[in-house]
Ligand binder design. Structure first.
Ligand code: ZN
Ligand code: MN
Length: 498
């Protein structure tokens, strides 16, 4: 992190994250059950993920591959050998009463991810990333809907055993905005790697540690180096139940203000776990925070140590968003803003490159970044929603590139009709009569406009160049807007010269 200066008496916000990422595999991490969570409750279960006595876990190779890809993307150390542990706790979402996770020998250690905050590049240290199983999900029914007041609670074990990668950062963040930028970048990287589905409910779940440290307790001049002692002395809260980057920014902004207010009023901040209540926009106290020793970690004897060293060489990863952003700026002379938009998902970037190679990079940038993403965004849609129709968008760009319809009609009529009523570009063009009018027809309209408007012609001939615009308007009207205004202007001038 780069150095920042702090005013005397300032309070410094320190945030670290634990991000649980659901890996996109067809089957669960230790059994062959489907990871589809939209099925009927408790449909995708078996003795292993129900924790029945004697059932033995078998590690899913796909989950390990995904973890190695993540490790390579964040430039982490991937050890020769990695190991699983049992984390013991008693709660109905976990029928074994322990979670199979990793402890002191995680699959990834000491990685980093570069983010851009207000135009400034920052590197966030990722201390570790480890594999573990997701617990089941609980549904509290009746009463206030919360665990304290519900009449009863339903347990659904479809989620139990879904592979998770837990990504743990150093306490490197100094503001909720930085956290949001990091989560957006992480999500982009995961999508590029093809190991994550952002649209799956609960696929990204965030726990954040936040503490406020008075600036004068920090030994270093550089606030990014807080120091072990100052960190240990501060009480931190862990905020749970955050499920999006926007939610993370809101929850942490709330928590930051809450703690600063307490400190400024001379009250102590409790070390505790708090729950982010998204609908109320506040964090509420859950329990005093448990410590690592409470979990009585011990080795998972049912899974042998896993040798991963050779996978590192065998598994390759695609070009990552940051590299692609830079290449787009160099190769296609795009602005940083356009390159960011066009690399926001792998699918958008791939589609842009298709169009750019077939037509022209500038035309492609306008069509993909501005027109297509703009219209999709307006309809609250993603490019994934029109995946099967991308060749129709290509056809539309072709109609513009080959001058068969005007850019204005293409954008305002054809693209919008395509999205709103599902017609193909050729159907819209034919049905709305948008094909550019033939030359003869335009020429005829030009002659008519001149004959019918002697006053405008006289004005033009006496030197009033603006009169030409009136005549252009008349021709456009006669051709139903399908002539090119620039061409009409030329034709009118040529005709009036004679
Ligand atoms: Zn199962
Ligand atoms: Mn975890």
């Amino acid at each position: 992190m780069t150095a920042q200066t702090v005013q005397q008496g300032d309070l410094v916000t320190v945030i670290g994250l634990e991000v649980h990422v659901q890996l996109e595999t067809d089957t669960k991490i230790f059994c062959g059950c489907s990871t589809d969570q939209t099925d009927e409750p408790n449909e995708n279960v078996c003795p292993v993920c129900l924790g029945l006595p004697g059932a033995l876990p078998v590690l899913n190779e796909g989950a390990v591959e995904a973890a190695v890809k993540i490790g390579k993307a964040i430039d982490a150390d991937i050890p020769e050998e990695t190991r699983f542990h049992r984390k013991n706790y008693y709660y109905p979402d976990l029928p074994k009463n322990f979670q199979i996770t990793q402890y002191d020998e995680p699959i990834c250690a000491d990685g980093d991810l570069e983010i851009s905050v207000e135009g400034e590049r920052r590197t966030v240290t990722i201390e570790r990333a480890h594999l573990e199983e997701d617990p089941g999900s609980l549904q509290h029914v009746g009463g206030g809907g919360g665990i304290d007041s519900a009449d009863y609670t339903l347990v659904n074990y479809n989620r139990a055993g879904t592979p998770l990668m837990e990504v743990v950062t150093a306490p490197d963040f100094r503001s909720p905005g930085e956290v949001r930028a990091f989560l957006a970048e992480l999500e982009e990287v995961l999508e590029y790697l093809g190991v994550f589905d952002a649209e799956r409910d609960g696929s990204l779940r965030i726990d954040a540690n936040l503490s406020i440290i008075p600036e004068d307790e920090i030994e270093s001049d550089d606030v990014t180096e807080i120091g072990e002692e100052a960190l240990a002395a501060a009480n931190r809260t862990e905020v749970k139940n955050i499920s999006s980057h926007k939610g993370a920014e809101k929850a942490l902004a709330y928590e930051e203000t809450r703690q600063k207010n307490a400190i400024q009023r001379g009250r102590a901040v409790e070390q505790e776990t708090r729950h982010w209540d998204e609908s109320r926009g506040i964090t509420v106290s859950m329990r005093s925070k448990e410590e690592e020793k409470d979990y009585r970690y011990f080795e998972e004897a049912d899974l042998p140590p896993l040798r991963v060293s050779h996978w590192k060489d065998e598994i390759s990863i695609p070009e990552l968003p940051s590299a692609r952003r830079e290449r787009f700026q160099d190769e296609y002379s795009l602005s940083e803003e356009a390159a960011s938009k066009l690399t926001s998902t792998k699918q958008v970037a791939d589609f842009y490159e298709d169009i750019a190679s077939e037509f022209d990079p500038d035309l492609a940038a306008t069509w993909v970044a501005d027109n297509l993403l703009g219209e999709l965004n307006y309809r609250d849609m993603e490019i994934t929603g029109i995946e099967s129709r991308l060749d129709e968008v290509t056809r539309l760009v072709e109609l513009v590139a080959t001058d068969e319809i005007t850019a204005k009609n293409a954008r305002e009529t054809v693209l919008r009709s395509m999205l709103d009523d599902g017609r193909t570009p050729d159907e819209v063009v034919a049905e709305e009569g948008l094909g550019k009018t033939g030359e003869d027809e335009v020429q005829q309209a030009v002659v008519e406009a001149i004959d019918e408007n002697p006053d405008a012609v006289a004005d033009y001939e006496s030197g009033d160049d603006g009169a030409i615009n009136f005549l252009v308007g008349q021709v456009m009207q006669k051709t139903g807007g399908s002539a090119d205004p620039g061409d009409v202007n030329q034709l009118l001038r040529a005709e009036l010269e004679d």
